[in-house]
Design a protein around this ligand. Sequence first.
Ligand code: FES
Length: 128
Amino acid sequence: MQEPETDQESVKDELSRLAVKKGYGSSARHIFLCTGDKCSSSQINAVLWQKLKEKIHQVQNENPDTALLRAKTDCLRICEGGPLALVYPDGTFYHALNEQKIERIVDEHLVGGCPVSEYSFFTQQLKS
Ligand code: FES
């Protein structure tokens, strides 16, 4: 059953409002951290996810105008050498992550715009 067109438009408006509220449209970069259990242990990945959240909150508390996006994913389809993360729009993959590396990636790449090349193993923007 199809919703009336006005309902669909109000749903789209609400979703669009939420996207803006969450920082889509004002963020320069989006980091995806794998929390699956094939590339690393899910316990270690959970610790790194917590670290990533705390670090991003710290940055945003210090500078509320900094919009950073983060998401966890069950798999980035590499499944080796984790913990792994991927930063868009650059298409930069990071491997063997730990808490110190997360700190540098947030500061230097997500905020500063410079990928941390010594932690990266592949960079390729998606083709349009
Ligand atoms: S489980 Fe992490 S990349 Fe597949």
